[in-house]
Design a protein around this ligand. Sequence first.
Ligand SMILES: [Zn+2]
Length: 135
Amino acid sequence: MNPKQLRQIWEKTGGHCHFCGDPLEFDKYAGKEADGRWVLNRIAQKNKRDSDSVENCLAACARCSGLRWHRSGEELQELLYLGIIAKKEITNSTTVGKMLVQLREKRLAENESRRVSARTTSTVTASDEGETDGL
Ligand SMILES: [Zn+2]
């Protein structure tokens, strides 16, 4: 993928993540800094050559890309649907909602401790990184 192609992909969504709409800084493509970092999201997993075409790629923030990981569109719809139900429980402070808040905090703490240990051991592969989901 050359810089011109990257620019075309970035411009398809007006420099925003195609999932959440957050602004993406073009110069932070695949960068190290978490804030504003963006990556390519392949719409269809075809063969390697077609998969890397400008037509098959959209810009996504690193966080959304991590959440999507290997999931199909159908799985993402199910996650969004469950998320809407969960959000309503949390907003209404139901018993389930309070449990969900606790589970979310626990998960975030676990992800953070995994990141810290990954930084100290540096043996984490890209697939391990995706496994954390950022959830
Ligand atoms: Zn995003």
